[in-house]
Each structure stands twice: as structure tokens, then as C-alpha cells.
Design a protein around this ligand. Structure first.
Ligand code: ADP
Ligand code: MG
Length: 305
């Protein structure tokens, strides 16, 4: 059974007919960290809000754990950390967790157990009795994660959980998310921070202007296997000119040559060519694009086409 599945979800807002989502179909397997990436306004928050029943789709449908999203009982199995959440800051950390646990209908004994366990998990046990106005952004987000987990959900929906958090705070949040994944939770994560997503997501969907541009594992989106770095001894201009015959692109750099080829045969031809000119090949490394480079490529292709 899939954790989340959407079928041609479309959302058009208001009289100005802003298309926030357009025919979006995705599926998320259980136990995974699934990242939805996209620039501001791409439709990420709209998607989460539809899945949670806060907004209704203009057309299309979606399931959570095999049930249509309009079934109320599914809400017991989900946790949600909204984007830019604002908890009343005159309350203490422990009071917030209590309050949300009551809203979710968690009975007293489990509420107390979960509160203690989750405060520990997010490293906030010392701050239970401190008012939120004293918390940093990272602490508020960690408390937010505990809030989202207070009803023991199977799936967590997190909207920009690391936005505005400093690098150490981000690492702490990433570690908590990996821990939750190990505990079998499914995590649905919206982010515009590519490097974050790259570090923890099993699978990624790239959205732009409400449209699904690509999905795949981070490896699939970041490894164009056709570009290689040859680390070699000094290479003359003539030899470089020779490589150009076999390659789509050849760029000599300081200490290495970056070559893009159409396939294995061409790669071998380049190796033969270099060896026949007595060039020492120290290494050949497939060049891995960062997710950011792939992302920009995917988005700008759309503009060009
Ligand atoms: N309640 C709303 N009414 C009208 N337009 C909206 C509303 N919510 C979002 N939008 C528009 O829908 C698009 C997608 O927004 P959103 O889902 O918030 O994107 P993201 O979370 O990726 O930044 C944007 O153009 C935004 O202005
Ligand atoms: Mg958003």
C-alpha cells in the first residue's frame, strides 16, 4: 500500500484563476522520506493543504494509506508541521504539546508518555517549562516536530521544516527526521532548500508553476552518466583536438579534462586516443551534478522549450 497517491490533482484559485497545481500525479511509498522541491509559488504548500483536507482540489483526487483523503479517520494517522507556524508564545513548550495532543484526542496517559518521549527525541526536555518567547527559530521548529508527532502518526507532513534555521539547527532537524524514518515513519517534506533535500530524501518531485517537472531518486536526478573527469598527465593542444572528435563536449581544466560523450564506445575511443599519445590516465570519474545544478537545468529547459 502506498503512503500517498495523487491522481491528476488540479487547484485553481479564485476569480483570477491562478493555477497552483496542474494535473499532478505522484506516489509516495511507505517508510520513505519524499521531498517536494520547487521555487516559491510552485504549489508545494497547496499540495500539502489539499492532502490534509485544508483546501479542496478543483479536480482530481488523492489517497492516504489507500483511503480517499476526505475520510476523516485518516486524520488520526497523520501529523502536520505547517510552514511559518506561530504558536502562542506565552505558552510553555510542554503546554503546547499538551494542547495539540488534546486537540488530537490523545488520552491522558499516552499524552504524558508521548510528551516526555518526544521532548527528549527533539532535544527539548530542558525547555519544557520555558515560554516560547525565549525559544530560537531552531527550537521552535524542533518543538513543532514534536507537536506533529504527538498523536503517533504514520505519516508526517512537514512544510519547510528547516526554513530560517541556522546550519547547526538544520543538522539537528535532519538527524531527527532520519531517526523517525528508522522508526518506520513516512515523511513528506516540502522544501526550497535543495541541499537539505539532497542529504536526506529517498525520492524527490520537482514542481514548477504547479506542474510536475521530474520525479526520481536523488541519484537518478544527479547522475548524468555521460560526463567524465579525466585526471591525466599534461596533455598537448593536439591531443585535446583529437578528443573533440569523439566527444560532445570537451573542456580542459587545470589538472583534469571534463568530457561529455554519447556512450561507452566513445569513452573507450578517448581512452585509446590518450594512451596512444602516451598520456598517463590517473583516474576517470563520472561527474556527479549537484541537485541544484539538475534543478536549474530542469527549470530552465522548461523556459527554453
Ligand atoms: N488562498 C490562495 N488564494 C489565491 N492564490 C493562492 C492561495 N494560496 C496560494 N495561492 C497561489 O498559488 C500558487 C502556489 O502557492 P503555494 O502552494 O503557496 O506555493 P509554494 O508553497 O510552493 O511556495 C502561488 O501563485 C500562490 O500565490
Ligand atoms: Mg510553501
Amino acid at each position: 500500500m502506498l503512503a500517498v497517491e495523487t491522481f491528476q490533482l488540479t487547484k485553481i484559485f479564485g476569480r483570477r484563476k491562478i493555477t497552483a497545481l496542474s494535473d499532478l500525479s505522484i506516489s509516495v511509498e511507505k517508510g520513505r522520506i519524499y521531498g517536494v522541491l520547487g521555487p516559491n509559488g510552485a504549489g508545494k504548500t497547496t499540495l500539502i493543504k489539499i492532502l490534509l483536507g485544508i483546501l479542496f482540489p478543483t479536480s482530481g483526487s488523492a489517497n492516504i494509506l489507500g483511503q480517499p483523503i476526505n475520510k476523516v479517520r485518516i486524520k488520526k494517522k497523520i501529523g502536520y508541521l505547517p510552514e511559518n507556524h506561530r504558536y502562542p508564545d506565552f505558552l510553555k513548550g510542554g503546554e503546547i504539546l499538551d494542547y495539540f495532543a488534546r486537540l488530537a484526542g490523545v488520552e491522558k496517559k499516552r499524552r504524558m508518555e508521548n510528551k516526555a518521549r518526544l521532548l527528549k527525541l527533539v532535544g527539548m526536555e530542558k525547555w519544557e517549562q520555558t515560554k516560547l518567547k525565549k525559544y530560537s527559530k531552531g527550537m521552535l521548529q524542533r518543538l513543532g516536530l514534536a507537536q506533529a508527532m504527538i498523536n503517533d502518526p504514520e505519516i508526517l507532513f512537514l512544510d519547510e521544516p528547516t526554513d530560517g534555521v541556522d546550519p547547526i539547527g538544520r543538522k539537528e532537524i535532519r538527524d531527527i527526521l532520519l531517526h523517525l524514518k528508522d522508526a518506520g515513519k513516512t515523511i513528506f517534506l516540502n522544501s526550497h532548500l535543495l541541499s537539505e533535500v539532497e542529504m536526506i530524501c529517498d525520492e524527490v518531485a520537482i514542481l514548477d508553476k504547479g506542474k510536475l517537472m521530474r520525479t526520481g531518486t536523488v541519484t537518478e536526478l544527479t547522475t548524468p552518466s555521460k560526463t567524465f573527469r579525466f585526471e591525466t598527465s599534461r596533455v598537448s593542444k593536439e591531443v585535446i583536438d583529437g578528443i573533440e572528435k569523439y566527444s560532445l563536449q570537451c573542456e580542459p581544466h587545470n589538472g583534469f579534462i571534463q568530457v561529455t560523450v554519447s556512450g561507452q564506445k566513445k569513452l573507450n575511443a578517448i581512452i585509446d586516443h590518450l594512451r596512444s599519445h602516451k598520456v598517463d590516465i590517473k583516474s576517470i570519474i563520472p561527474h556527479k551534478q549537484s541537485l541544484e545544478e539538475s534543478f536549474i537545468e530542469i527549470l530552465t529547459k522548461d523556459i527554453q522549450s
